[in-house]
Write a protein that binds this ligand. Structure first.
Ligand code: SF4
Length: 273
């Protein structure tokens, strides 16, 4: 239920979390499942193995439960098998849009090969600052990879399309196709956030939706790592407001902005599998 309103709606989004992540940011909120390199032990501690056939059944089960979409969370490194599972599920009656909830660190080649079943990209755009990307995600090429990936995603799914039908009782329009670019504001790094937002506004305008997120919560282990002292705190209201005001000053209208105290550890799922 914690995705953007046009993804979750009233019924909820059918999230399937995939173990591991190709980016492995040091501050990952889901480090127990993503295997962030600095999580205790540096290893993935939850997850279970399923076959391609079982995965297709999971997708169909989520449809039967009334989910608004199938939401693949950090799927990149499994995408060839997921694509096969989606093809099987489509043959068996899967009609829901497929959301790809990813890091933005995808190659154009893999997007072309394995993401044809994706209808909506719910993609991060984390950094324009290569030094910051290198330090926090060991990926100094992130800005260049993410720029190319976003251009390719637009070629794959096109501009936003909504259901035009009420979902539940709140008249929420559910997204059927399109792109939501998520940007998580990091403490002390407003300049990076503004550069990301400026790039999106200048290059993609209203072809994408922008979600500016304030829910950054430092994992406990960061407090023991002096080299990451700058990000061992939450984002202040003042920092977040300055970033949002900057986006609004650029004329960005298609935006999701978070109100109030959303930076809470309760937003971190408890993976108990
Ligand atoms: S891209 Fe997202 S899920 Fe992956 S490690 Fe970074 S914060 Fe975690």
């Amino acid at each position: 239920m914690w995705e953007e309103p046009c993804i979750s709606g009233i019924e909820g989004s059918g999230t399937v979390f995939f173990t591991g992540c190709s980016l492995r940011c040091v501050y990952c909120q889901n480090n127990r499942i993503s295997g962030s390199f600095s999580a205790p032990g540096g290893e993935v501690s939850v997850g279970k193995t399923v076959t391609i056939s079982e995965l297709s059944d999971i997708f169909l089960s989520l449809q039967a439960q009334g989910a608004n979409n199938i939401n693949l969370v950090t799927p990149d490194h499994f995408m060839p098998d997921i694509d096969t599972a989606l093809n099987i599920a489509r043959e068996k009656g899967l009609l829901l849009p497929v959301v790809c909830n990813c890091s933005g660190y995808e190659s154009v080649d893999s997007l072309r090969k394995y993401y044809k079943n994706v209808d909506i990209f719910l993609t991060d755009f984390k950094y324009m600052d290569a030094e910051l990307a290198g330090r926090l995600s060991k990926a100094p090429d992130y800005p260049e990879v993410a720029k190319k990936a976003l251009s390719e995603m637009i070629k794959l799914v096109g501009e936003p399309v909504f259901s035009g039908r009420p979902s539940g009782t709140d008249n929420i329009n559910i997204m059927k196709k399109g792109i939501i670019v998520r940007h998580l504001v990091l403490p002390g790094h407003k300049k990076n956030s503004k550069e990301v937002i400026e790039y999106i506004a200048e290059n993609f305008g209203d072809k994408v939706y922008l979600s500016i997120m304030n829910q950054y919560t430092p994992p406990a282990y960061l407090f023991e790592m002096p080299e990451f002292k700058d990000i061992a705190r939450k984002v202040t209201k003042r920092e977040y407001t300055e970033v949002v005001d900057f986006a609004l000053s650029l004329g960005i209208e298609n935006a999701f902005i978070q109100d109030g105290e959303t930076a809470s550890e309760s937003f971190i799922p408890d993976f108990s599998v």
